[in-house]
Design a protein around this ligand. Structure first.
Ligand code: ADP
Ligand code: 5GP
Length: 203
């Protein structure tokens, strides 16, 4: 290809998936919010869940909140890129939402659990997989309890799942420790910039 052909490809290129996983309470939501404030060309895909909304969560912004029956119908209609049973509820990524973002040429941020991340990567091999880890297990517990959004039993369930999630780190491309919110968001921004510049994305 000559230079103009490359430049045209860059102009017209599609976006790609950026999968961000990590244990509950590690700070995924917080870091992603900071990242989105700093970066144009990124959209977070709103996913679906059968879990009840937490105080302050907004339908269509934080999640699409579905009944178990509505969720089942979407599974049967093949409308999820992936779905998984996580901490007692179902969660799934609607294919149509991902396609809309990617077709606009934007990076599509998917904040999903490790099972979903690995499933999505199979269907979208050019996805970039980032694992967000806590600086320590004690700090993870402090953050989860400090958030105050889950019952004691739900916190215990989420902490018990954390170790299994950490076991999935080798399936990811990048490991970012969320010690400081700004630094973690900046590292993810750098990863996305580098991934966007990969030549294989234009070939
Ligand atoms: P997740 O989306 O991974 O479940 P949240 O973004 O809800 O986690 O963060 C869990 C709690 O930890 C929140 O109270 C948030 O303010 C806090 N938190 C997030 N990142 C940090 C950090 N780097 N240092 C201290 N507290 C943090
Ligand atoms: P929470 O209930 O704390 O909002 O989310 C619980 C877990 O479900 C988090 O690890 C979050 O990343 C994950 N999650 C949210 N949406 C999806 C999704 O569409 N698919 C999968 N597999 N996990 C999701």
């Amino acid at each position: 290809m000559n230079l103009n052909e490359y430049l045209n490809k860059i102009q017209g290129s599609k976006g790609f998936l950026i999968i961000i996983s990590g244990p509950s309470g590690v700070g995924k939501g917080t870091v992603i919010k900071r990242l989105m404030e700093a970066c144009p060309n990124l959209s977070r895909c709103v996913t679906c869940t059968t879990r009840a909304p937490r105080p302050g969560e907004v339908e269509g912004v934080d999640y699409c909140f579905l009944t178990a029956e509505q969720f089942r119908q979407m599974v049967e209609a093949g409308r999820f890129l992936e779905y998984a049973h996580v901490h007692l509820n179902y969660y799934g990524t609607p294919l149509a939402s991902v396609e809309k973002i990617v077709n606009r040429g934007e990076g599509c941020i998917l904040e999903i659990d490790v099972q979903g991340g690995i499933e999505a990567k199979k269907r979208a091999p050019d996805a970039v997989m980032i694992f967000l880890a806590p600086p320590s297990m004690e700090e993870l517990e402090r953050r989860l309890r400090g958030r105050g959004t889950e019952s004691a039993s739900a916190v215990a369930k989420r902490l018990a799942n954390a170790q299994k999630e950490l076991d999935c780190i080798p399936g990811y491309d990048y490991l970012v420790v969320n010690d400081n919110i700004d630094e973690a968001a900046h590292k993810i921004e750098c990863i996305i910039l580098a991934e966007r510049a990969r030549i294989k994305r234009y070939e």
